[in-house]
Design a protein around this ligand. Sequence first.
Ligand code: ADP
Length: 511
Amino acid sequence: MRSIDNFTFQGAPSRGLSFELLFSALNASVSGIIITDNQQPDNPIIYCNEAFEKISGYTRSEIIGHNCRFLQGKDRAQKARQLIAEAVKNEETCRVEIRNYRKNGDLFWNELFMAPVKDKGGSVTHFIGVQNDITLRKKAELELIEQKAVMEEQVKERTAKLRESEAFLSSIIQTVRESLLVLDPDFKVISANDHFFKTFKVNSQETLGKLLYDLGNGQWNIEKLKELLVKILPTNNPVLDFEVEHEFPHIGKKLMLLNAYRIELEGQYKDRILIAIEDITERREIERRKDDFLSIASHELKTPLTSIKGFMQMLKRLQPSGLPEQYHAIFEKVNLSIDRLNGLITDLLDVSRIQSGNIEIHKDTFNFDKMVMDAVDQMQSLSSSHKIICTGSTGVMVTADEQQLVQVLNNLLANAIKYSPHSSEIFVHISKVSDYVKVSVRDTGVGINLEDQQRVFQRFFRGAEFQKKFAGMGIGLYVCEQIIKNHNGTIWLESEKNHGSTFNFTIPIEP
Ligand code: ADP
């Protein structure tokens, strides 16, 4: 057992414990413990426990008699050493974290608690030092500090980048030729671009911080628009192409197209609404004039064409006998061309009628299957290149505009033939589905790419790839869709490029 050397306690140990027991306790401690004799010169260590030997790497014989400073080696300029010196001088306790060095030179962080031991007269006789190796904790702390520094650096970089992108964004926003507003979740205007101020002839005081619905003379205070805007943040569903026609202050009656989206800029803000407003008054006016022109032009063309057709019939009736065969052939060709021209003009007239909402439906009850078969037969008689194969039946009488449905079928069949120049078959299938009749027209032709599939029903749309190869005006499918819509039905397509297309439509049996 470790002896207490020259160390003598003043008085007996308290609570009836023997010295041996107390020193075994000191040796069992995982903390390094030393005792120094304050009454001897240079305050030498007179006791150390086994844990201290383990922590420091020195043996007892290398420790006893030394002043504690040997543990700091050459690392003398530590603040902790000053604190210890002051505590010794003032005869006080102290707690420091100090860099010490093991016998092999390795640094270890020592958490040292030091307390003076006084005799009966109150003079300090010894100091007791309790030490814990906190190298690991210290290492973790240092790593944390380093990590924090790295993170702070990253945050700085990121913030700088965000600022840059914000500046970049705002320069874009200022230059776009659309009016833009950014709203907070309460629909208050946070920012507006120059184009907005110019278009609406307002300034920032009248705009920023104001509720969207209070701007101007309440032009955006529209129930339907409010309902849509309220849904943007929770659902992320944008408001698309909302038209507002209004007598605006300063700028008069205008037609505005409004689109609104939720925007987020990571780390900066969440849940803002971007509103883009486009003045489409002029564009709509040009469209209207174009439609008017189309309507007038097709009417004007139709009248002389009807006369030409009439004169041709008259000529046929009055033709003298014995004319050469060539004459008849030319006569037929002229007639065919007149019919073709007539068809084109009728299509154009249809478009302008649809545009102006003047297309009328004349409903009748008729045998649906027969109507389809007749239309197919008619088309078959005109086409020698393709065989139209018709399957299925509905067996029902339908109440609808028969003429218009024939027109839909003609358009679909004509397209199927036109856009499948290298195949020889077209398939038509009719069926009754619940209280609807359904028609599918399938070809194995050029097919339609995915992007164009969304647009084929638009007025004047023509697939770019085949514009030059196939004649047409991009009207047929637009007219088909309008007719089917007017019958409360739906028209849609399935198509794969280079493999063909199937156009389907349904209409209710009873209107
Ligand atoms: P048009 O045939 O006069 O161009 P449509 O309105 O009938 O006008 O058709 C619009 C476009 O849709 C066509 O230009 C073509 O690109 C595409 N399309 C229509 N039907 C078919 C089909 N059966 N196969 C492939 N493409 C088609």
